[in-house]
Design a protein around this ligand. Structure first.
Ligand SMILES: [Zn+2]
Length: 199
């Protein structure tokens, strides 16, 4: 009898261990740059942390919302060449780092690039999500390899970009973009080939 109860208890404990809290992080003050998301449990490398969600909006709508002051310029997440997600509050609390412990894959799935210990702040490299543009902001992430700015994907050193590719830490649209020949040389907003069809 006792043994059976023990078995049930250990089965229950095992199932609890198999079900990490969802989401496996909490939002709190970083003490340095506003709020951030911190792991509440150990998160193994490769595991999904959260799929970032929000309303899909076009680039002109991003511009309209930013100019109207309802969005910060770094709030919407790019998920396509001209498509963005106006992220829900719970999805926009991850800060940038030039030495991130998480990355984005598929459309907007945040996952652990390496083992993340409970208590660590979860960060990703915003530049992996930004197609060529003239926008940039100063970076004060404090990483030893800090690039000093958060700018578009071209600002990522080639070796670092290769590492992200190896780790699967680029969204689908960005993988397609950087496979195009000469993508680093194209000016922001320049169409892939030919002229605009305006007449
Ligand atoms: Zn930095």
């Amino acid at each position: 009898m006792t043994r059976k109860v023990d078995r049930l208890d250990s089965a229950r404990a095992a199932s609890l261990r198999a079900d990490p809290p969802s989401p496996p992080f909490e939002v709190r003050d970083t003490g340095r740059y506003g709020h951030g998301s911190f792991a509440t449990v150990d998160i193994p490398a490769g595991s999904t942390i959260q799929t970032l969600v929000g309303v899909t909006i076009s680039y002109p709508e991003v511009v309209r919302r930013v100019l109207a002051g309802v969005e910060g310029i770094d709030d919407p997440l790019q998920v396509g060449v001209r498509t963005f997600l106006d992220l829900e509050e719970s999805s926009r609390q991850f800060n940038h780092s030039c030495d991130p412990n998480a990355g984005l894959r598929k459309r907007s799935e945040l996952f652990a690039l390496r083992d993340i210990a409970a208590g660590e702040e979860i960060t990703f490299d915003y530049s992996t999500t930004i197609s060529p543009t003239t926008w940039w902001m100063r970076c004060e992430c404090g990483a030893p390899n800090c690039r000093g700015v958060v700018a578009d994907v071209r600002s990522i050193p080639p070796r670092t970009l290769q590492r992200y590719i190896r780790l699967g830490a680029l969204q689908r649209f960005m993988l397609r973009l950087i496979r195009q020949p000469g993508w680093r040389k194209r000016r922001p907003g320049e169409p892939k080939r030919g002229r605009a069809r305006a007449r």
